[in-house]
Write a protein that binds this ligand. Structure first.
Ligand code: BTN
Length: 213
């Protein structure tokens, strides 16, 4: 059942207040939208899809969520480990998965109809509308919920394989991750990103994210 609110502080916080498995919480607007690493997710009314889904924990869940979002947006969408969804070099969707007791709250923000974004974003942003993909939040949500169900039950090896195929960042891309620099060389079995540094050593990127150089 989908619960659609006109305004919330954050769909993540609403899910935390009553973390019943299967809740799908949507808001037209969030007054305290949360991004990864303590960032703000700018959530103006009616322009983005802001949704949280209360789910069973499963392996490689955030990667599976990225694949689900990409399947809704379409093939041109790129995935930047661990879970940014990009069109070109611009971010069109973000994913935030938080554990709450026995469940995981999967938060997904998709820029649908924005025509501009605030200055100073960590990654330049775009929206489906700016990219000439006409759709509505309702249509996106209708496709997204079954896609999440489909991708999150895949075996982790399959999630890893599909992510490596879908993401231009997964293999052979020169990136910076924190204070490390190198070329990506795929994901390990737990979904961590492998980075070959210039001195030949291999490092596993466990958290945070990567930026192109
Ligand atoms: C990120 O890329 O930093 C993650 C962004 C996640 C945003 C979504 S919008 C719906 C849900 N509610 C929130 O407050 N955040 C997530």
């Amino acid at each position: 059942m989908i619960e659609w609110f006109s305004t919330l502080d954050s769909t993540m916080l609403e899910a935390r207040r009553d973390p019943q498995l299967g809740r799908v919480i949507v808001a037209d607007e969030q007054t305290a939208g949360m991004g990864r690493m303590g960032r703000v997710w700018h959530s103006p009314p009616g322009e983005g899809l802001y949704v949280s889904i209360v789910m069973h924990p499963s392996p490689l869940l955030t990667l599976a969520l990225g694949l689900a979002v990409r399947s809704v947006i379409g093939e041109p969408a790129d995935l930047r480990w661990p879970n940014d969804v990009l069109l070109g070099e611009r971010k069109v969707a973000g994913i935030l998965a938080q554990t709450e007791g026995e469940v995981v709250i999967a938060g997904i923000g998709i820029n649908v109809a924005q025509s501009s974004f605030p200055d100073g974003l960590d990654t330049p942003a775009t929206s489906l509308s700016l990219e000439g993909i006409p759709t509505t939040r309702e249509e996106v949500l209708t496709a997204l919920v079954p896609a999440v169900e489909r991708f999150c039950v895949l075996p982790s090896e399959e999630i890893r394989r599909q992510f490596e195929q879908a993401s231009s960042y997964a293999i052979g891309r020169r990136v910076r991750a924190g204070d490390r620099e190198g070329v990506t060389c795929g994901l390990d079995s737990q979904g961590f990103l492998r980075l070959r540094e210039d001195n030949g050593s291999e490092t596993m990127i466990l958290a945070g994210g990567v930026r192109p150089i």
